[in-house]
Design a protein around this ligand. Sequence first.
Ligand code: HEC
Ligand code: HEC
Ligand code: HEC
Ligand code: HEC
Ligand code: HEC
Ligand code: HEC
Length: 353
Amino acid sequence: MGKSFFKTRVILFLTALLLCSMAGLSNAEDELNCVLCHKHRGLSRIDENGNLRLFYINEHMFEEGPHFRVKCIDCHQDIAKIPHDPAKKVDCTTECHLTEPSGQKNFSHKSVAEQLNKSVHGKFDTEGKEKKNVQDFPGCKDCHEEPLYRPLSFFKGKAGGISQRGISRCKTCHRTGKFAESFYKHVTSRLQKTRQPVEMVQVCDRCHSDKDLQQRHNLDDVVNTYKETFHYKAIKFGSDETPDCLDCHVVKGESVHFIEGRNSPTAANNNKNVATTCRTSECHDKASENLAGYRVHVTYDKDKYPFLHYMMMFFTGLMAAVMYFFLVLIILELLRRLFPNFSFTKSPDDGHH
Ligand code: HEC
Ligand code: HEC
Ligand code: HEC
Ligand code: HEC
Ligand code: HEC
Ligand code: HEC
């Protein structure tokens, strides 16, 4: 293994040199340099564990994605020479060269990290100590792994003004299409959910369906129980008006990253706040306080919820009993109709004809 690993590295190195000389470029400062090599689909190697690692960057997807104005080295700050040393993991809270216009400061995602750290998903407790089982808590890339790339057609027809026709209006005055298109998308893509509700559930699913994780953190099987509800079934039938995880777990107007534990008095799903959470203009605007008693994640775990467990057993039993009773009745009825003259005892006039 070691030998072939060495060989692939040599081949890659030679390819890199060849590509460099072909392009006549040799420093990593020029941002275009990166794509020059990385646009090649074959750029990959087998790592120490025998897994294939792909270093190919789809230029088109990068251009269409949210980071298209960020230079490669703004994020990959440790890439300084070619061939490079093994890259460090990118820190999503690094400052980049863009300035956010309203604050005139170098832009970074630090504010997101602050919200996340305060939330139930934060890796540190209030005293700054690492929480138990810290590896279970999500980092940025756990939830944002798949590219947020969305062609504009994705939004087409879903909300007023979000369409190619909308862009064509900008182009009346802004002659370079790219300028109008990027700002148009920048705003319109944020006027609605980026992910479809089904995809949203998948983001939370990867941890919250993990049985071991549930046990380590004493959590219920929330994803499967949610999937049993009318809300999710409606989503599966294409509704985007029924709630996914975020609609119920983020207080309206708060950052989506600030999800709190149920015991926190300000949590969207704290008993005191459930009615308010349901009572939005899009959902149950006239809901009464009683709605707070409605359980979303109904778990029939015998040890945790014995009452629900035995209720469930009772009703399952009752339903089975009723079903079988009528089934037997129907079969008997059917037999009588098929054989109207059948009898177990010989009828008195048997043998007379
Ligand atoms: C001359 C071609 C070339 C150029 C230019 C180039 N790369 Fe690479 N890059 C490679 C090759 C080849 C590999 C695979 C290296 C290996 O096998 O260790 C690689 C690997 C990487 C990796 C993964 C490294 C790891 O070990 O995890 C990153 C990240 C990366 N490049 C970023 C960049 C960035 C950012 C730039 C521009 C500043 C850039 N590259 C410019 C050829 C190039
Ligand atoms: C907004 C930040 C950002 C920008 C801009 C960016 N990358 Fe990345 N890149 C990442 C992250 C995050 C990863 C995932 C690996 C990690 O966590 O470091 C990654 C992974 C990679 C990898 C695979 C490395 C591996 O370990 O498998 C390569 C190669 C790469 N990027 C090259 C580029 C090139 C070339 C550009 C410019 C066209 C670019 N990146 C622009 C954030 C960025
Ligand atoms: C528990 C999952 C989760 C974690 C962890 C997480 N995010 Fe998010 N993030 C989301 C969701 C969900 C959205 C809402 C956007 C959507 O609908 O996809 C979002 C939205 C965003 C947005 C706004 C996107 C837009 O254009 O509207 C940014 C920026 C962002 N996250 C950055 C980060 C960074 C940086 C981190 C790490 C410090 C992080 N996120 C960690 C789930 C997460
Ligand atoms: C009737 C002509 C017209 C139309 C249509 C138009 N714009 Fe503009 N836009 C301008 C003018 C003129 C300016 C510069 C004057 C100003 O700053 O108020 C401008 C400024 C901007 C700026 C600020 C640029 C900066 O660097 O400060 C953005 C962003 C922008 N327009 C985006 C759009 C988008 C997106 C659309 C389509 C939804 C659009 N515009 C439609 C005329 C137009
Ligand atoms: C990387 C794994 C991971 C992902 C992804 C994740 N979570 Fe969590 N979540 C956890 C862990 C671990 C806890 C338990 C925290 C603790 O022990 O304090 C938790 C706790 C919670 C709680 C608090 C439970 C309570 O009342 O105590 C809620 C609500 C929650 N997550 C919702 C979500 C939602 C919604 C998503 C999707 C946007 C999501 N989580 C994605 C790992 C994850
Ligand atoms: C209709 C609103 C609603 C939706 C949708 C929803 N939840 Fe909940 N969630 C609640 C309420 C209310 C509670 C409090 C306990 C209960 O009612 O079951 C709760 C409790 C939780 C808990 C704490 C469970 C425990 O062990 O104490 C977690 C974790 C959680 N939800 C995650 C999720 C995830 C992940 C999704 C998406 C798959 C989701 N929720 C969808 C309303 C919702």
